[in-house]
Design a protein around this ligand. Sequence first.
Ligand code: TYM
Length: 330
Amino acid sequence: MKEKTALSLITPSNIPTLGNYLGALRNWKQMAEDNRCFFGASDLHAITVRQDPKDLRRNTAEIFAVLLALELDKGGNTVFVQSHVPQHAQLAWALNCFTQFGEASRMTQFKDKSASHADNINVGLFSYPVLMAADIVLYDADYVPIGEDQKQHLELARNIVDRINGIYGDVLKVPEPWFGKTGKRIMSLLEPTKKMSKSDPNPKAYISLMDEPNVILKKMKSAVTDMNGRVFYGEDNHGVKNLMDIYSCCTGLAYDDIEKEFEGKGYGDFKAKVAEAVIEELRPLKERYDKLINEKAYLEECMKKGAGEASAAAEKTYRRVMEKVGFYQL
Ligand code: TYM
């Protein structure tokens, strides 16, 4: 029996990027071996930004197929779609009432997204981290494997848990964030001071996990590098540093080794090698995904199985909280 539990979700706003893979999905695979894991597609989070219903359904199926292609449902673990488990939205309501307006206002992602979607600053966007807290605590998660951009949301989740436990006794488990040694923050290929994001309007800024090899090579070739022409890990050469991070994640090489490998060589050689390493890293995943995405009946069967397993686990925590808070139980 696995002792510890891990949970993490990914929002189906597009096909995941290399950033999602190196910062999160790859670590989920590692966690899945030793922990009881729940992984899923956070479609409830997706609608904080306006979505075309057809696209949302398609993206949800695609992300779910990626999770299956990574074999995250194997070894007694569960892969599910968030909206198939109603306890997430239900518990989020209760947690909203234990979250201070001030602390939610400090979330940098809320500030960034409010700026980029100024015409739709909805209340859901504001309380999104509270829903994240509900996702995590429902499964009594010990670990939450995430990229660096989600760190602040996890701190808020911990504060909410501490507050509730302070009032009612130890009702909820305090979750720990879990980061990989490398790849915590992969940057945009075109603006390397910004994180690589699947919702970037320019697809050249990111590598999608399902990009064909020739597309990956082309995007890498147009990645922003530096004026000085050298491959080295310096403070200010963000573009080169980002490509070195990606190369290091895919090959396991340390920065020193990478600097030696490309000493006296130009960025053309370097970018071609980074592209090759990424293509090889993603190849097995893409092959499995291409088969799965056309098996609609199988995907739906797995979604149902996942929803059943996740609901059974979530219901226990949900009841525990409702009872402690004082809701009349029948
Ligand atoms: P999302 O879909 O934006 O990202 C999914 C995961 O990928 C990580 N990530 C990155 N890591 C490194 N470099 C990048 N450029 C990069 N971009 C994204 C994210 O940190 C994340 O781990 N709200 C979350 C999903 C969520 C969740 C949760 C996560 C919903 N509920 C509960 C953990 C626990 C999100 O939209 O992630």
